[in-house]
Design a protein around this ligand. Structure first.
Ligand code: GTP
Ligand code: MG
Length: 447
């Protein structure tokens, strides 16, 4: 997610070379950041304003050396990005009894996939969702929804030969009242472009059932087109929020940064892969952290928490913030992450983790790292520092079947990862990982 943008922003910071950073150096770096944003399909005017604001705010800030300059600029760009992405996360309205959620969007934007993901997401939160197949045009639509939902045991309502959407939805509501399903997620038909028939149908559904939440699904891979489509939709249909899909496709991801400020509607969810669990609530500040290479430890830990117990997750927060993360912890996380799926995505959430070139992102496996850690003694796993010793490294190399060079690289990257985690925790101000971690720990303690 945002891979190219992230890499280009990272490269921009390498331009802070000289020991004494000048205003010209800052301008050069900001220009490159601007280019990176434009390359990812963020609109020129928005980039221009963002850079202008950052420049203005950087004047008078004590910028001494490259490291300090990078921190200042990251913080300022972070704040601008968060603002652009709508500031805070916006919840969906679940106040109905049952709640009706209408999913709409262009053909192929990812409505059916998202509807199932959302149902799965709700189920994990303890709800009993019902999926309604309201795409009456594409013959395979019911089967598609059925196939996905069967795998995860989510009920689906459909009337095979019925071509009256209003009647189908009406009956699905009666059905769900009897069976106590809540929420009802309605997957509608899409069109290649916005046309009268589709908009009339959606409006008819909207007027008849007054959904508690109407979500527009936008394909992030279509870049500016996603924004234009959302603009047109907003002219004829009342919707409450946007879902950006296919964020795993890297190009043009910039549309997700700007769409909500242009349309004036919040992004509520993002979807980023073929797996049913590849869905997240949209948190602007966490996404800004990821774009700026600060990772997103909070979402990472939440993902782990979904799978495992809370006290374990809390321990990890504390270890990261105290710089006590060791090889045991890394191994433990790897085991858990492997079960969660989408390794590439998970890696992007952990600051510095992408540095671990050992991770075989395509095969979804951390086998090499695991073999190295398994060849360490318990004492070594708890005390990463003692692995400076050559004899220990040679023993691990022989034991794990990896070259000494591999062992050295792994240890180097592990130390870099710890340093980055520590650096992030120590050096950045509000709205950063440290605050989020503390906030979450406090919230959990209060419960
Ligand atoms: N990589 C990736 N593919 C996705 C994602 N969401 C959907 N897709 C794929 O995009 C294609 C279209 O997705 P659908 O969910 O069928 O889209 P739709 O909007 O329901 O399409 P229509 O019903 O034809 O209008 C399918 O091949 C999905 O597997 C995503 O987040 N990432
Ligand atoms: Mg569909």
């Amino acid at each position: 997610m945002f891979k190219t943008l992230k890499e280009n922003i990272k490269k921009a910071f390498f331009l802070f070379k000289s020991k004494n950073v000048t205003e010209i150096d800052t301008s050069i770096v900001l220009k490159e950041i601007g280019k990176a944003l434009i390359d990812s399909d963020v609109n020129h005017n928005i980039v221009f304003n963002l850079i202008k604001n950052v420049k203005k705010k950087s004047i008078g800030k004590k910028i001494l050396d490259p490291l300090n300059a990078k921190q200042v600029i990251i913080k300022l760009v972070h704040d601008e990005l968060v603002k652009l992405m709508g500031g805070k996360k916006t919840d969906i309205n679940m106040s109905g009894n049952p709640t009706i959620i209408l999913i709409c969007g262009l053909q192929g934007s990812g409505k059916t996939t998202f509807s199932s993901k959302l149902a799965f997401f709700m189920k994990k939160k303890g709800k009993s969702p019902l999926l309604v197949a309201a795409d009456i045009y594409r013959p395979a639509a019911i089967k598609q929804l059925n196939d996905i939902s069967k795998k995860v045991n989510i009920p689906i309502f459909y009337l095979e030969n019925n071509k009256d959407v209003i009647d189908i939805i009406d009956k699905s509501i009666i059905f769900s009242s009897k069976k106590k399903f809540d929420p009802i997620i309605i997957d509608t038909a899409g069109r290649l472009s916005i046309d009268k028939i589709m908009m009339m149908e959606l409006n008819k559904i909207s007027i008849n059932f007054n959904p508690h939440e109407t979500l527009l699904v936008a394909d992030s891979m279509t870049g500016q087109d996603a924004i234009n489509t959302a603009k047109l939709f907003s002219k004829t249909l009342k919707f409450d929020g946007i879902v950006m899909t296919k964020l795993d496709g890297d190009s043009k991801a910039g549309s997700s940064i700007t769409i909500s400020s242009i349309i004036n509607k919040p992004i509520k969810f993002i979807s980023y892969g073929e797996k049913i669990q590849d869905i997240e609530i949209f948190y602007p500040d966490r996404i800004a952290n990821r774009i700026l290479g600060m990772g997103d430890v909070v979402t990472f830990v939440e993902k782990i928490q979904e799978q495992f117990n809370e006290s374990r997750a809390k321990k990890i927060y504390k270890k990261i913030s105290k710089n006590q993360f060791n090889f045991y912890d890394l191994l433990d996380q790897i085991k858990r992450v492997e079960k969660i799926g989408n390794i590439k995505h998970i890696i992007s959430m952990i600051p510095g983790m992408d540095k671990l070139s050992f991770i075989d992102k395509n095969k979804n496996s951390f086998k090499k790292i695991e073999s190295i850690i398994y060849s360490m003694t318990p004492y070594e796993r708890y005390n990463p520092k003692i692995l400076q010793n050559e004899n220990r490294k040679k023993r691990i190399s022989n034991g794990s079947g990896n070259s000494l060079n591999d062992i050295n690289l792994f240890i180097k990257h592990f130390n870099q990862m710890r340093k980055i985690m520590k650096h992030i925790n120590n050096n950045l101000g509000r709205n950063t990982i440290k605050d989020l971690l503390l906030e979450m720990i406090n919230k959990k303690n209060k419960k």
